[in-house]
Design a protein around this ligand. Structure first.
Ligand SMILES: Nc1ncnc2c1ncn2[C@@H]1O[C@H](COP(=O)(O)OP(=O)(O)OP(=O)(O)O)[C@@H](O)[C@H]1O
Ligand SMILES: [Mg+2]
Length: 79
């Protein structure tokens, strides 16, 4: 139950294109998780949102309980 990543209602828009629409998931330590889907379905966008390379349009990504997209968060340290 050692939760490392928690995603809550993650949304990402590029203009009118909604690539991620309300993603919820939890990833625990030692779990190996695969993200699968057709080309252009948003896999890379999802991963970029998880590590803070991309801003989220809505929702929240927590790593060890720390919000990745909060301005005060030290994303380098979190990575
Ligand atoms: N910076 C961006 N600006 C505008 N649209 C983008 C941007 N990055 C990605 N997209 C669009 O978002 C959608 C998802 O792209 P993404 O690269 O996340 O898909 P993917 O699942 O990783 O695809 P692939 O399997 O080809 O790697 C696509 O329609 C893509 O054109
Ligand atoms: Mg990709």
């Amino acid at each position: 139950m050692d939760e490392v990543i928690r995603v809550k209602g993650l949304t990402k828009l590029f203009g009118k294109l909604a690539v991620l629409r309300g993603i919820d998931c939890a990833i625990r330590a030692t779990e190996v998780v695969c993200v699968i889907g057709p080309s252009g379905s948003g896999k890379s966008t999802f991963l970029r949102c998880l590590n803070g390379l991309e801003d989220a349009s809505g929702g929240e990504v927590l790593v060890h309980g720390v919000s990745v997209h909060e301005p005060k968060t030290d994303v380098d340290a979190l990575r």
